[in-house]
Each structure stands twice: as C-alpha cells, then as structure tokens.
Design a protein around this ligand. Sequence first.
Ligand SMILES: CC(C)(COP(=O)(O)OP(=O)(O)OC[C@H]1O[C@@H](n2cnc3c(N)ncnc32)[C@H](O)[C@@H]1OP(=O)(O)O)[C@@H](O)C(=O)NCCC(=O)NCCS
Length: 182
Amino acid sequence: MPEQIRVDDEILLQRSFDTPAEVVHELVHQNLEHLGRFLAWARPDYDVEGVRAFQQAGRERWNESGEHGYSIFYRDEYAGAIGMRGFDSPVGAASIGYWLSAHLQGNGIMTRSVSALIRLGFETYDLNQVIIRAAPANGRSRAIPERLGFVETGIERQMAKNVKGEFLDLVIYSLLRSEWQG
Ligand SMILES: CC(C)(COP(=O)(O)OP(=O)(O)OC[C@H]1O[C@@H](n2cnc3c(N)ncnc32)[C@H](O)[C@@H]1OP(=O)(O)O)[C@@H](O)C(=O)NCCC(=O)NCCS
C-alpha cells in the first residue's frame, strides 16, 4: 500500500506510524468518551508509550501481514485513523476499521476515506470484497457502509467490547467487487 493516499483536496491519508505519538495521544485523550462507547482501547490510562508500542507493531505489520493503518488529515489537521487488514486473505477479503475526532464528524471525512481505500483495494490490490463491522447501536458507523452500498450480511454476537468491558455484537457489512459502483 502507498505511504500516502490523497483522497481529495481536503483529505490526506498517511501511514499511521509516521504521525508523532504525542499528536495521536492528544487527540485520543480529547475523545476518550466519544471513542470508548465502541472501542475497548480508548481507556483513561492510554498513554504515549502505548501509542509508540502500537505504532511499532504497525510498522512491522505493514510489511509482514498485509495490514495497513493510516492517519487521516483533514485540511492538514490530524483528524483520526483508518486501517485495512486482510490483504493476505486467500479469498481477497479485507476489512476496514476507523475512528474520527468528534468535532470533525459530519463532513463526510470517513465516507470519503473509506471510499478511497475501497477503490485502491479493488483496482490495485485485486481484492474481492471489503468488510466493515459496527455495533448495532453505532448509527454513525453503520451509516458509512450503508451510504456506500454495502450489503448487511449478518451479526457476530459478542465479538467486541467497549471501554467498560461490556460485550458488543457486530453487524457485518460487505461489498463485493462485482457490486461496486466505482
Ligand atoms: C464512526 C465515525 C467515524 C463516523 O463519523 P461521521 O462523521 O458520521 O462519518 P463521515 O465522516 O463519513 O460523515 C458523514 C456525515 O457527513 C455528511 N457529508 C458531508 N459531505 C459528505 C461527503 N462528501 N460524502 C459523504 N458524506 C458527507 C453526511 O451526510 C453525514 O452527515 P450526518 O452526520 O448529518 O449524517 C465517528 O462517529 C467515530 O469515529 N465514532 C467513534 C469511533 C467508532 O465508533 N468507530 C467505528 C467503530 S466500528
């Protein structure tokens, strides 16, 4: 995957481990409540060392296992992250996960970023399908695959946790290359 992806004139994706850990840490801390509803890692004790360890693992996975994490910059401001894993899947099925700072929601940043990764996956990396999972109550997250024409295919029961340690079901969405409208 490229080190940078220019989504459009407002949005740039850049390898996540190229973003200073302090920058990631600051934005995540500003958003702990917002993120913790659906993401188990957004804990109050999330610290810069944890970011560095995560980035180091990301650097290794980038080359070894077909997993790619990007920082999202919106009008040059660090806005959140998006990742795609499963490039090494024997059936060409990759999945996408994401988060965005609360104050930048509502601008289509994530829908546009997801759309750019889908295009790259189908056109350049020979993927056959892209999968997105979201908790049933996560309306904003579910709206992204729904907006992009994904098909809801089922539910994985208790396959995620929130920051309180409560189990979350996940609704599965998938988009096949044959369904993709470009
Ligand atoms: C999930 C999450 C990324 C969604 O963020 P979002 O801002 O709602 O999604 P987008 O950036 O795609 O923006 C969509 C909104 O922008 C609008 N929009 C504006 N321009 C747009 C464009 N060019 N394209 C698409 N939508 C556009 C849409 O109409 C929509 O508006 P609405 O909020 O009134 O419905 C965010 O809520 C989040 O990070 N939540 C916490 C973490 C999380 O839950 N992660 C996912 C775990 S599965």
